[in-house]
Design a protein around this ligand. Sequence first.
Ligand code: PBG
Length: 323
Amino acid sequence: MSFPRHRYRRLRQTESLRALVRETSLEPADFIAPFFLVPGEGVRQPVPSMPGVDRVSPDLAAEDARGLAALGIRGVILFGIPETKDAEGSPSADPDGPVCRAIRAIKSAAPSLVVFTDVCLCEYTSHGHCGLLNGQQIDNDATLGVLAKEALAHARAGADVVAPSDMMDGRVAAIRTALDAEGFSSVPILSYAAKYASGFYGPFREAAESTPAFGDRRGYQMDPANAREAIKEILADVEEGADMVMVKPAMSYLDVVRAAREATLLPLAVYNVSGEYAMVKAAAANGWIDGKRVTLELLTSMKRAGADMILTYHAREAAEWLA
Ligand code: PBG
């Protein structure tokens, strides 16, 4: 019989005691902060559905990044909103596009930050899909070369890590081969290995202007009902040469995060996506939840599930709260 000899409340009596037996830690170094980059200079445009998140030009991104580094954040991930789009997503490899300019600006303003870049075509294609079209179909194999060019452009601009999020089959191998052939064998790949076709990306698509013009992404992103398939995706990307893998979204997929943690020894990232952020902000703004408390609880749950790092729009405020 455990009770009354065992009383679990004994170890919960003071904050110091609770801190000593705490199983999961949360610190600013766990966070990777997303940036939405727009062309120009001195541009800052708030994203209405994501209070506290702005679209910024590369110069202001560099300033913001310096502030994040001072808070102990170690990583940022860049998304670009280009001036023009076309059917092939060719602006994705523009060395003077907002992402490449921001890489250079951030690396010079805050050299210690690890600069990740999102490698995908949806922000760059006129139709908003993550790959090239063949009629109404997304052509997997034709897309691989374009993704590899985008990743190369980022590496040439100085990106520390490239992160493909398109969910085409074989893109990790294609990007690895291209990077190695061009002298970038030291640039790691963080693969969005298990990325679900999720309703939680809504606010991101508004911010990144990447809503598909027709259809949806269910033909390439994963079915939310599947967990075993996520492990197949992860193991395939490991096989293809991924250095780190990601599960996305986070909140509703913590079982997948745990399974991923057990299936691979590679570092594991989780993406606390835009819709998750928007829900917390909306409820907090209404006074229905305590925003700080709920945010830290959510981020802790992602670490507890097995994530080593969290891509999150809460990065700055959470780092401030944890200081
Ligand atoms: C695709 C991409 C998306 C997100 C990150 N990379 C959107 C999508 O697949 O439609 C979503 C991130 C978020 O919702 O915060 N480039």
